[in-house]
Design a protein around this ligand. Structure first.
Ligand code: CA
Ligand code: CA
Length: 470
């Protein structure tokens, strides 16, 4: 006999009728060939992703190249002769944006057993609560400026380095095909300020491509919120949660859409965060250098900076933001071929589109005219998803748990190998191929992953071929 409580739950279960998922495959649209709408790059890039949006007037293209120099050129310690490129550090990860976002694409990773390259940086987080390490702050900076100044009694010490090792995991598809994955582990070395706090956890982040960011910035908040499904009401096993952060412009809680944990509300604030944390360049959004209370030499170095104020004033900041806004998305490639079309159908049938939302129309009142009202195909909902233990670290970042990651855009991912001569995927760059990236999907994406695995080899290849063309 059923107990009252289990009868109740049976009643509840039948009341919530599990919706039959209809995997509709939308008709192909020619617009998919131009993932950035009219702002798509005019030609497929060779050796670089740096192109201004195809539809911006010449005068704005000049601003773009001007802004690009702030992305490309290294910053130097102050005092220096170059007055508009100084202020580096005291602590920093790299001297320029380009060091990590190589040619607008992803950074180059170090080999197994070597010290991590700058393109892999390490956040220092807390378990189950949002906080940072008291001694090292929220990010490990492996570099420090070398200054000589009478007031600086001791040199600024770098914070440390990380050595990366990989463990190989072998597996088989149901059809018997073998695959192998590599799982990273990290060892921190040369700590400059003693041990990390015992409850500090490290979270590796691999510098992503930065093209198309202005278009993601131009998606309206309503369009994103419409996809929110924290309690999984539609019962497809996939929830979508946004990381709500303070928009430093409006002081209002907004969707954090940038970064692997969705920590920054706007592109401008994401770039401002990169400046202060990664390069040590203070700016109107982040006015303090990253020195912690115990980093005395760092604090002295910051205080003797002859500029005494922010390393970049507002205007310069806008210029850089502008460059980030109109950095163009590449055109799709062989999307019309039968193989790509077969892969496209599978992409929808397997419900990859539930998280990798194919398209949006950008806001009509976004400040940059070229990006207004564009039909774009980024393939992301910009929401956080539980991706399972395999991809999890233990750190909390605002509302994001260790296992939750923001869906990354997929546009242009297949070009990385061709343009840059190397490729790596996922938040820590552990996936050597697109196939491996899919195989790491777990948690809410577990079902989708299993369905991918049970495809036959031609179908799997077709799906991957499609992803390489978008
Ligand atoms: Ca500085
Ligand atoms: Ca630090």
């Amino acid at each position: 006999m059923l107990s009252v409580s289990s009868m109740l739950s049976v009643a509840l279960l039948s009341a919530i009728t599990v919706q039959e998922q209809v995997h509709t495959v939308p008709a192909f649209s020619e617009q998919e060939l131009y993932p950035g709408g009219q702002a798509t790059a005019r030609r497929v890039a060779r050796r670089t992703f740096i192109h201004p949006a195809g539809n911006v007037p010449t005068i704005q293209q000049l601003d773009f190249w001007d802004g690009f120099s702030f992305f490309r050129d290294p910053w130097v310690a102050s005092p220096a002769i170059t007055k508009d490129r100084d202020g580096l550090g005291p602590l920093f990860n790299a001297r320029s944006c380009k060091t990590c976002h190589n040619d607008g694409g992803r950074g180059r990773l170090a080999k197994e057993g070597e010290l991590a390259s700058p393109a892999l940086l390490f956040r220092l987080l807390k378990k189950n609560t949002w906080g940072v390490d008291a001694h090292y702050g929220g990010q490990l900076q492996p570099n420090a400026v070398r200054l000589s100044h009478p007031k600086l009694l001791k040199p600024v010490l770098a914070e440390g380095n990380v050595r990366v090792r990989y463990e190989t995991i072998e597996g088989y598809y149901p059809d018997g095909t073998a695959y192998s994955l590599i799982k990273p582990s990290y060892q921190i070395e040369q700590l400059g300020y003693g041990a990390l706090e015992s409850d500090t956890v490290i979270s590796a982040r691999y510098a992503p491509a930065v093209y198309g960011m202005g278009l993601l910035d131009a998606i309206s908040e309503q369009d994103l919120f419409a996809q929110q499904d924290i309690a999984d009401k539609d019962q497809d096993g996939i929830s979508a949660k946004y990381n709500l952060v303070t928009n430093l412009n409006t002081e209002r809680r907004s969707i954090g859409r940038f970064g692997f944990k969705g920590l920054h509300a706007t592109l401008e604030q994401q770039i401002a965060g990169a400046f202060v944390n990664d390069i040590g360049i203070t700016n109107p959004f982040f006015k303090q250098e990253t020195c912690t209370k115990v980093q005395h030499a760092c604090r002295s170095a910051a205080s003797i900076d002859p500029k005494g104020t922010l390393d970049i004033p507002k205007k310069l900041h806008d210029l850089t933001t502008y460059m980030g806004q109109i950095l163009a998305v590449p055109k799709a490639r062989d999307l019309l071929s039968p193989q790509a079309q077969q892969g496209r159908t599978l992409f929808y049938q397997l419900q990859c589109d539930t998280c990798h939302t194919p398209s949006y129309t950008t806001q009509k009142d976004y400040p940059v005219a070229a990006l207004q009202g564009q039909k774009i195909y980024p393939y992301t909902d910009l929401a956080l998803h539980d991706m399972g233990e395999g991809l999890a670290d233990q750190g909390m970042e605002n509302l994001a748990q260790g296992s939750e990651w923001r869906t990354p855009p997929l546009w242009g991912i297949g070009l990385q190998q061709r343009v840059q001569g190397y490729q790596a995927f996922l938040h820590d760059g552990r996936a050597r191929t697109i196939e491996e990236a899919i195989l790491w999907h777990g948690g809410e994406a577990q079902q989708t992953k299993l369905q991918f695995m049970s495809l036959n080899i031609n179908e799997r290849n077709a799906l991957i071929y499609f992803l390489k063309q978008i």
